[in-house]
Design a protein around this ligand. Structure first.
Ligand SMILES: Nc1ncnc2c1ncn2[C@@H]1O[C@H](COP(=O)(O)OP(=O)(O)OP(=O)(O)O)[C@@H](O)[C@H]1O
Ligand SMILES: [Mg+2]
Length: 267
């Protein structure tokens, strides 16, 4: 089981859009996948037309709560194209405003990872995709600590790259500091340029700038299109809302690149 944390402190860049589409695309490819929402906005569930819930808070902070009480199965109608015969293999541990009250666990930076491992034991998962929020939360440290991979989402604008560079520095520091405590290092799986405009000079320059700074890690762009907002509004993934669209093709490309990236790292 591999844990992919979708990251960028900047708000509104498309973290939840990418997290949910990567997760559901992997599920459609036959993998068992869970989304864990660590953002108090609770958007991951909303993306599937499901309610925000305090699942994350309860499983981490309340006694005698079982995963069966808080993990939901995502109905396949929310993400699968019509006629899809596979079983639903996508789960979600939702979040809501109580998430901000989850305390830092200084005693045990492994707490979040242990929770994910226990969830895996129960559900037999291939991947856990962690959607993160724009505001720093108390337990960010243990979320980052849990990651096998970071996947960054960024808009193609010069200022957005600042935040990206900062996050990458944080990751390197984390790897250095946790060397004695972990058997793995967090790797950068990729950087997803999102809301990219077709054919403008600024976009081309930004793209060159980004490729120079992060060679080999820049994924195919997800283009700016109102269809993505329609997905969010309808609580549907692009794969079920408009399976033959070029946006759906961009969604499936996320899955291919994630699998290729992990294969390149040898997992
Ligand atoms: N490629 C795109 N084209 C147009 N709209 C997009 C695209 N990607 C995402 N959006 C829209 O932009 C808004 C923000 O996206 P999303 O919620 O995924 O960002 P986020 O990084 O998770 O935000 P937050 O930091 O608040 O968690 C949503 O309305 C979403 O539908
Ligand atoms: Mg979000």
């Amino acid at each position: 089981m591999k844990i992919i944390v979708v990251n960028n402190r900047k708000g509104g860049v498309g973290k939840s859009t990418v997290s949910t589409h990567l997760a559901s695309g992997l599920a459609l490819s036959g993998y068992r996948v869970a989304i864990v929402d660590t953002d108090a906005q609770g958007h991951s569930a909303k993306m599937f037309g499901m309610p925000k819930e305090n699942g994350l808070y309860r499983i981490l902070c309340e006694e005698e709560v079982a995963f069966q009480d808080v993990v939901r199965v995502v109905p396949k109608e929310r993400y699968a194209p019509p006629g899809y015969e596979g079983k639903p293999t996508l789960f979600i541990l939702p979040s809501d405003k109580l998430t901000v009250r989850i305390p830092t666990d200084n005693q045990n930076p492994f707490a979040f990872r242990q929770m994910l491992d226990a969830m895996d034991e129960l559900l037999g998962l291939d991947f856990i995709i962690v959607d993160t929020g724009p505001t720093a939360s108390m337990f960010d440290g243990s979320v980052n600590f849990a990651a096998n991979y970071f996947l960054y989402v960024t808009e193609m604008a010069h200022l957005s790259f600042d935040g990206l560079a900062e996050s990458v520095r944080e990751m390197k520091t984390l790897n250095k500091q946790s060397g004695n405590y972990r058997t793995w290092e967090t790797q950068i799986l990729g950087i997803v340029p999102n809301k990219t405009r077709y054919n403008t000079r600024v976009q081309r320059r930004s793209s060159e700038e980004l490729s120079k700074e992060f060679p080999g890690l820049i994924w195919q762009s997800v283009m700016l299109a109102t269809l993505w907002e329609e997905c969010a509004k309808n609580g549907q993934m692009i794969f079920s809302l408009d399976p033959d669209s070029r946006e759906a093709a961009q969604g499936y490309a996320l899955v291919e690149q994630a699998l290729a990236g992990m294969a390149a790292y040898g997992s």
